[in-house]
Design a protein around this ligand. Structure first.
Ligand SMILES: Nc1nc2c(c(=O)[nH]1)N[C@H]1C(S)=C(S)[C@@H](COP(=O)(O)O)O[C@H]1N2
Ligand SMILES: [Mo]
Length: 539
């Protein structure tokens, strides 16, 4: 019987942990490569991350948005990376000390990954392949490097064994050097393989390239009905104040997709189904051939805090949803449209809102004169004036099912948010910034400015309050109509208020005469309320 000497414990433990991380990394990288063929969503990391996103409770989602804003996805992926690395390091040490338990642990994670991937929206059995192939390779590599490591540390122990004569020790030291090289070589090659696999998986994304080519080649059709021109007076052009039109690249992005879905317009279609006399499927060519209309509309997220920036205003180009639905002929007892996306998100919108002849709800393909950016739903999404995004603005939309609120439940409603999500009357101070220091101008004033909104109702007035002085009317900018936010400005007599700390508050009045409530509500379950209040020091 050959007795393997006890490995040199401390040193080899770290090497084993490293070997575990490298082997797992290579496995995951290979998984990415295979996923590039199978389907982007089948990547073990994305599938697992997506499952986490879909299973977090509403309060946690909100906390994540609160803490990390639109970086919540990066934080999630980073956390997953740390957890995976720790698990892989553990598997490495286990495999060194108690083979084959490290390999078993890694294999078990792979099985979980495969099961999760197959359960993702739009998945089929093939979605298990990246996890199986990737983690399978990870397990083989782990066994390989762990064996090398055992040999190396065995030789090391022999070299340091008491009572050995010099020649024996020198031989053992030579062995140790060779075995260390063997271990480092295998581990290094594995790491290089992992990097190559990642690079290749990016290059192989030929499907992604096809989509990019399609978007680059797309010329938006000339609108059959143009939006009214934006009046010059709609934007005060004040530094720090949100511009009337939000450029695409600074438009907030909120969705559950860890990787932006890349949908090829040539294979895209929108199915109108459910409680309709005439279900039909609209192809990309069909959509481009329809008379499209332009409309300015402000989109807001229900998760926005008072004073937050999850809101933007854009010019949308699309086909009216009411016309699309009219063609499908909805049944009289239907009251909801459940729209769903290529990546498994869904929103439930009141049917009467989408059918409302006075409301420009669109199946949009253009944003500010360009095809929709990928992050904002290319090739097609919904936008509905007056509703928060979570109940209306489905990006990468592929189906509209006419149904009843009693029979169907949408993504966020299932997670505790309200079934209906009309936007609430709100306003925000953009300048000066909260906690800032201001110097009054030569006339003694400081410009205070911001935005106010209640889409589809519109804003009639905005007032500002300094400390406990009476509310003062602000000057409103012009607007194209009630479906967008409105800028406001107020010349604050900061000199008159005096040096030191001051509190500024804002409240809006909508076109119906309702004054914005001071009741403070958090975003869940249907949108925050309260007056945006800031502190400013006058110098
Ligand atoms: N497919 C998909 N569409 C979606 C979402 C999503 O998670 N997935 N989020 C919705 C929410 S909550 C909001 S606020 C808007 C945000 O749209 P934007 O990212 O273009 O600003 O998209 C809506 N449409
Ligand atoms: Mo949202």
């Amino acid at each position: 019987m050959v007795v393997e000497p006890r490995p040199h414990r401390r040193l080899s433990r770290w090497w084993a942990a490293l070997a575990g991380v490298v082997a797992a990394g290579a496995g995951l990288a290979l998984g990415e490569l295979v996923a590039a063929w199978v389907a982007p969503g089948s990547s073990p990391v994305l599938a697992a991350g997506g499952a986490v996103v879909d299973s977090v409770p509403g309060w946690l989602k909100n906390l994540a948005v609160d803490w990390f804003g639109t970086h919540d996805k990066a934080v999630l992926l980073g956390t997953m990376g740390v957890v995976l690395a720790a698990g892989a390091a553990l598997a490495g040490v286990l495999e060194l000390r108690r083979p084959p338990w490290g390999a078993v642990l890694m294999g078990a994670v792979g099985v979980v990954g495969a099961v999760v991937a197959v359960g993702r929206p739009g998945a089929n059995a093939a979605w298990a392949t990246p996890s199986v192939v990737g983690i399978g390779a990870g397990v083989v590599l782990l066994r390989l490097v762990a064996r090398r490591l055992r040999v190396w540390s065995g030789a090391q122990v022999r070299a340091g064994a008491p009572g050995a004569d010099d020649e024996w020790r020198r031989a053992a030291e030579r062995d140790a050097t060779l075995d260390r090289r063997g271990f480092l070589l295998v581990t290094g090659l594995t790491a290089v393989g992992a990097v190559l696999a990642v690079v290749a998986s990016r290059a192989v994304g030929a499907g992604a390239r096809a989509v990019q080519t399609a978007r680059a080649a797309l010329r938006l059709p000339t609108p059959a009905k143009r939006a009214p021109a934006v009046p010059a007076g709609a934007d005060f052009h004040i530094d720090g104040l949100a511009s009337y039109i939000t450029p695409d690249d600074s438009f907030y992005r909120i969705d559950t997709a860890l990787r932006v879905p890349l949908v090829d317009p040539d294979t895209w279609s929108l199915r109108i189904t459910g409680l309709v006399d005439n279900p039909f499927t609209l192809t990309w060519a069909d959509l481009l051939a329809l008379p499209l209309e332009e409309h300015h509309l402000t989109l807001a997220c229900v998760s926005n805090f008072v004073g937050g920036d999850l809101i933007g205003n854009a010019l949308w180009l699309g086909y009216p949803l009411r016309s699309l639905l009219a063609r499908a002929k909805p049944h009289a007892d239907a009251d909801m449209v459940l729209s769903s996306s290529a990546d498994g998100f869904s929103a439930g919108t009141p049917l009467e809102v989408m059918l409302d002849p006075g409301r420009e709800s669109l199946l949009a393909i253009g944003m500010n004169g360009q095809p929709l950016p990928y992050e904002h739903g290319f090739p097609a999404r919904l936008v509905v004036p007056g509703l928060y995004g979570y109940v209306s603005a489905t990006k990468w939309v592929t189906e509209m099912k006419v149904t009843k609120f009693a029979d169907d439940i949408a993504y966020w409603t299932l997670r505790g948010w309200s079934e209906r999500g009309p936007v609430k009357l709100e306003s925000r101070i953009d300048v000066p910034s909260d906690g800032g220091v201001v110097t009054p101008g030569s006339d003694g004033t400081v410009v205070v400015a911001g935005i106010a909104w209640e889409q589809h109702t519109g804003i009639r007035g905005v007032e500002v309050q300094v400390d406990d002085a009476p509310w003062q009317p602000a000057t409103l900018a012009e607007t194209v109509g009630p479906d967008t936010w409105r800028q406001w400005r107020y010349a604050w007599d900061a000199k008159g208020s005096g040096t030191g700390q001051h509190t500024l508050r804002v409240r809006a009045t909508d076109a119906d005469g309702h004054v914005q409530t001071s009741d403070v509500e958090p975003p869940p379950p249907n949108g925050a309320t309260g007056w945006h209040t800031i502190q400013v020091a006058v110098k």
